[in-house]
Design a protein around this ligand. Structure first.
Ligand code: AVJ
Length: 309
């Protein structure tokens, strides 16, 4: 695992447009910083999604019905899925996430509260295809909250939806939350909070990269930079060099690689795509789901969909 991560970083950092995948945000500090982001007033997605799920709780549950297996994609602290336990009564709960330690801790905690549900934790990279041969015939509800789908390029999102539609085998479906296109000011403020938590979250990725590959990124040389790219309908996060700086990457197979950054050069760290309801529903239907049910908040900031297999 470790060496594939290093290889991935080596090639993305030395590419023509340097980048670090957003999965490198989530070391222990990064996961905690993200939790703080979700508490910020400027970061509307988390609380808006919770509002939608709370207000429409029984209607959502009625449409989904009881299920055999609840598959939580990007479970994090499992809090969102645990609220579904009492409404769709899963017999089994599978929590998937990139961050293994964090997840196992959360699942074992949850197991104590819900001893009747069979639980398991799986560390997976959601950008890769998934299959669930042992529960082929069960009614599966895939749960992908928090607009994590926003990190996928649109074509990747289509593949992801097709993968899930196929794994449903005509039963169950996908309950998913996605952030909607809205005014520029609201969008950009959510990724430029005045307290600087998002900046710390973004910069922390350099510390994580240093600890994974032994590079020597100096945080004092970098600043957080986030804006809404209107033509691609996405928030882009970058780290921007404040001054000319060199970074040494100890390479695995050869001599150290030195990258020279000029003041103003950027490393792309995240895309967070924003959709319209119409477009998002169309994508789900194109991927093979038969029906899509939608719920939003009064300001149309966020969308929760159930895409039925
Ligand atoms: C976890 C991908 C949904 O895109 O809003 C929050 C990550 N980045 N602030 C998002 C994030 C900066 C978040 N997702």
């Amino acid at each position: 695992m470790k060496s594939t991560l290093i290889q991935e970083l080596e090639s993305s950092l030395t590419a023509e447009t340097p980048a670090i995948s957003p999965k490198f945000f989530y070391d222990e500090v990064g996961s905690r910083l993200f939790e703080v982001i979700t508490l910020l007033n400027e970061y509307y997605p988390t609380r808006t999604e919770k509002w939608i799920m709370d207000v429409h709780q029984s209607e959502i549950a009625n449409i989904i019905g009881d299920c055999d297996v609840l598959i939580d994609l990007g479970a994090g602290n499992c809090a969102k899925a645990s609220r579904l336990f009492k409404t769709i009564h899963p017999k089994q709960y599978r929590a998937l996430d990139i961050s293994k330690e964090y997840l196992e801790f959360a699942v074992s905690d949850l197991q104590k509260q819900f001893p009747q549900i069979q639980m398991s934790a799986h560390a997976v990279d959601l950008s890769l295809p998934m299959s669930f041969p042992d529960i082929q015939d069960s009614k599966k509800i895939f749960f992908y909250p928090g607009s994590s789908i926003g990190n996928f390029d649109p074509e990747k999102a289509d593949q992801f939806f097709m993968n899930i539609a196929h794994e449903c085998h005509g039963n169950g479906g996908l309950l998913i939350g996605v952030d909607l296109v809205k005014d520029l000011k609201t969008l950009e403020l959510a990724y430029n909070d005045p307290l600087g938590v998002t900046a710390a979250f973004n910069l922390n990725t350099l510390l994580n990269v240093n600890s994974i590959m032994g590079s020597d990124f100096n945080l004092a040389d970098w600043e957080h930079y986030a804006f809404f790219n209107i033509s691609d309908s996405r928030i882009e996060m970058h780290l921007r060099a404040l001054r000319d700086t060199t970074v040494r990457l100890p390479l695995q197979e050869s001599q150290d690689h030195v990258i020279n950054f000029k003041a103003g050069d950027v490393i792309h760290t995240e895309n967070s795509y924003k959709y319209t309801q119409e477009h998002f529903v169309k994508k789900l239907k194109r991927a093979g789901f038969s029906e899509v049910y939608c719920w939003t908040d009064p300001k149309d900031y966020f969308l929760v969909c159930f895409a039925k297999a």
